[in-house]
Design a protein around this ligand. Structure first.
Ligand code: DLL
Length: 435
């Protein structure tokens, strides 16, 4: 017990957190109503005025905000302060449409970096650590967020950015990195590369990794922990809410504590928008309480997960979110059945395969096809063709049990599936290409 960056806040009694959230919410609603015409329009349309909001009990009166609102108001429409008060932007990758640009005042950057510092300290970070940031730098928030957090904690910060795996390994070994921050898929790739270079897990000085920015399973966590010889901690966030550090794992590794002094979390039914009781699975919605430049009220993340207020032995009182299974828009509907790529990952890793896989969906003769490509393990290369077919069948059966429909599994030679240095792209949905 007792690894905190800001103990008083992180262990604040729940009632006090609620009071603090109420005070901040009233202020924040007034801030957006007065400064963002788009919000004013949404609130007027819903018939709610700032004076109707007295505390978090009135949160439900407020309209939701979604990514399409942010796209509509691109590039400045959601800005709540003069542009001259802003010191930074970050942006989403924009693969599925217009980019979203998030703005930060210096105050926004400071609070964001504090959130990341909380995550680093919770993972065991101190000023004596050497922290290797292998998230991408630039418009992506991963590099900048963890970099800033690392400075606040006082770690020696290695601003590696993602990629150039040879160099990552060289610095990791020569400078004895003790904490590494990157996407889980890149961590798996670094683990694989270390092994190929003849290193054993105990040869490096790493003790912890802080991994996020994409969905990853418990099986993946165990795989990375084994290959790097570390404890792997989850971290969550999105560009719209500043970046990483909205929620982070403590030593319990059992869900991520949401920084509730800065964010209110709700779970809603993604179809009806109804707020669901605690413990229900649904879409995560965030209200940012302190952001000056780019405040979000009831922002629909599209991430599907569950919240828990169960007491945590780490002493933190912040609500915990389970690992998101993926975004509601990552969910594949194959022959009418809902499938999350993370379910396939769970099966593959549980069956002993490496986390290198690809899912391909297509539509042939009006029927959806569902193909899963997985790499053979090096020791399976000696298998007979019949042996490989048997393995493919066994794996297809295991995936069927998990997701409810049968894939065609293809075992392919090692190293033939592209490795990821950032967010892994696991799915090709060719149906979309035909539409
Ligand atoms: O991925 C911010 C980030 C950077 C988080 C580094 C953690 C570490 P975006 O690029 O805007 O921001 O993508 C946000 O990524 O809505 C989730 O769907 C997904 N995501 C982020 N963290 C996790 C996680 C960054 N720990 C989107 N588990 C979010 C699962 C995650 N999904």
């Amino acid at each position: 017990m007792g690894r905190y960056y800001q103990k008083e806040i992180e262990t604040m009694p729940v009632e006090e957190i609620r009071k603090l959230q109420s005070v901040k919410l009233v202020k924040q609603v007034k801030h957006v109503y007065e400064n963002v015409p788009y919000y004013r329009g949404l609130m007027d349309k819903k018939g709610v005025r700032p004076e109707d909001v007295h505390g978090i009990e009135d949160l439900r009166k407020l309209p939701f905000l979604s990514k399409s609102d942010l796209r509509e108001t691109y590039p400045y429409g959601m800005l709540a302060v003069p542009i001259s008060d802003c010191v930074r932007i970050h942006s989403t990758s924009g693969t599925t449409g217009k980019r979203v640009i998030a703005y930060y005042t210096q105050h926004d950057v400071d609070l964001w970096e504090e959130c990341c510092a909380r995550a680093i300290v919770a993972a065991g970070g101190t000023r004596d650590d050497v922290l290797q940031v292998a998230y991408g730098y630039g418009l992506f928030t991963g590099g900048a967020g963890l970099h800033g957090g690392s400075h606040k904690v006082g770690c020696l910060t290695l601003p590696m950015s993602s990629g150039n795996t040879e160099r990552q390994i060289q610095f990791m070994m020569d400078l004895k990195s003790t904490i590494i921050c990157c996407t889980p898929s890149y961590a798996a790739y670094i683990g694989e590369s270390l092994k190929e270079q003849g290193y054993k897990p105990e040869d490096n000085s790493l003790k912890a990794g802080i991994f996020g920015a994409e969905p990853w399973t418990e099986e993946m966590r165990r795989d990375i922990e084994k290959s790097l010889g570390i404890k792997a901690y989850d971290i969550y966030g999105l560009t719209e809410t500043s970046g990483p550090g909205v929620a982070f794992e403590c030593e319990e590794q059992n869900g991520m504590h949401i920084n509730e002094d800065h964010f209110i979390a709700e779970i809603i039914d993604p179809d009806t928008g109804e707020v669901l009781p605690e413990g229900s699975k649904g879409e995560l919605v965030f209200t940012s309480l302190d952001k000056q430049a780019f405040p979000l009220l009831r922002y629909r993340t599209r991430d599907i997960c569950v919240l828990s207020r169960e007491k945590c032995s780490c002493g933190r009182t912040f609500v915990r979110m389970a690992k998101p299974m993926g975004r509601s828009d990552d969910m594949l509907i194959i022959r009418g059945v809902n499938v999350f790529p993370s379910q396939v990952e769970t099966v593959l890793l549980a069956e002993g395969y490496a986390p290198n896989y690809r899912i391909e969906i297509d539509r042939v003769n009006n029927t959806d096809t569902f193909d899963v490509f997985v790499e053979l393990l090096p020791e399976q290369l000696a298998d007979t063709p019949e042996g490989v077919i048997q393995r493919e069948k066994a794996l297809a059966a295991a995936v069927t049990t998990m997701v409810g429909i049968r894939p065609a599994v293809h075992l392919v030679p090692p190293k033939t599936i592209a490795r990821s240095e950032g967010k892994a792209v696991r799915v090709t949905d060719k149906r979309k290409l035909h539409d």
